[in-house]
Design a protein around this ligand. Structure first.
Ligand code: NDP
Ligand code: 8X3
Length: 258
């Protein structure tokens, strides 16, 4: 097992949901944390709590991964002690609406592609060259079961997560012969703010997604991410797909009697 104590772990989208749970799980493992997202208040609250509970070293910075220049500058200007990232968790992502692909708004198309695909690429190109130079590091992308099967109303989101799968495969090939590891962790339904964001704050519609079933928790996903990162250095976990036992396909969700 690879010890994570004092490893520098960078998590994008660490202000909520799976990213925040990953921050907690890596803090429990003794890692140093580099956390970013667009909402500094949420990030700072999480960091304060983690420092208090786990005594870990944390650096936060505000970042919109869609902004290519901001991504390049933010990583280039990190203080020296925060430059040598050991583990990058490319987690920032979102879905918008449930529309047929020909009816998606331009805004929804842009925000999904720009965040889930281009944002992930911008962060990857800012961080991976350093890992390659050091011949050490691990990129863990948060994909989705939506990267393996398409469901009606989710075509654009699913396409972005299929892209994450392709980028994961390609990045491993591009790093062939180095000790840098590349993984994708692909969850099914996880109860987070994901549906609230997708349905523009419509809590009733978001709650209905998780009603009378037992979704994965963000901690379940974080557990898989930390497991990937803590394998011996020779072991590259290429892909983990995890769902709640109540989910058997993208659209088959077992609902219990209310
Ligand atoms: P949440 O909405 O709870 O969290 C999303 C996180 O991404 C937030 O911290 C948000 O922070 C951040 N984020 C969104 N846009 C940007 C941006 N432009 N720049 C920087 N950060 C951003 O959702 P989840 O935790 O569920 O989602 C995390 C990842 O998991 C996503 O990639 C999602 O696709 C994936 N996933 C989710 C599943 C689910 O069922 N929930 C299942 C499979 C995969 P802020 O708003 O502060 O910027
Ligand atoms: C999130 C899972 O099925 O809601 O990636 O698209 S799903």
């Amino acid at each position: 097992m690879m010890a994570l104590t004092n490893r520098l772990v960078c998590i994008t989208g660490a202000s909520a949901g799976i990213g925040a749970a990953c921050a907690t799980a890596f803090a429990q493992a003794g890692a140093r944390l580099l956390l970013c997202a667009r909402r500094p208040d949420k990030l700072d609250a999480a960091a304060t709590q983690l420092r208090k509970t786990h005594g870990v070293d944390i650096h936060t910075f505000t970042l919109d991964v869609r902004d290519a220049d901001a991504v390049t500058t933010a990583f280039a200007e990190l203080p020296d002690a925060w430059q040598a990232i050991d583990v990058l968790v490319n987690n920032a992502g979102l879905s918008k609406a449930m529309d047929p692909v020909y009816a998606n708004t331009i805004g929804d198309i842009d925000v999904m592609v720009d965040t889930n695909v281009k944002g992930l690429l911008y962060v990857t190109r800012a961080v991976v060259p350093g890992m390659k130079d050091r011949n050490h590091g691990h990129i863990i992308n948060i994909g989705s079961t939506a990267g393996h099967a398409v469901y009606p109303g989710g075509t654009v989101y699913c396409a972005t997560k299929h892209a994450v799968g392709a980028l994961t495969q390609g990045l491993k090939m591009d790093l062939h012969g180095t000790r840098v590891r590349v993984s994708t962790v692909d969850p099914g339904m996880v109860e987070t703010d994901f549906s609230l964001v997708r349905f523009e704050g419509d809590a009733a519609r978001a709650d209905a997604v998780y009603a009378n079933t037992e979704p994965l928790t963000p901690d379940d996903v974080a557990d898989a991410v930390v497991w990937c990162a803590s394998r011996p250095a020779r072991v590259n976990i290429q892909e983990i797909i995890l769902t709640t036992v109540d989910q058997s396909s993208a659209t088959m969700i077992h609902r219990h009697a209310p």
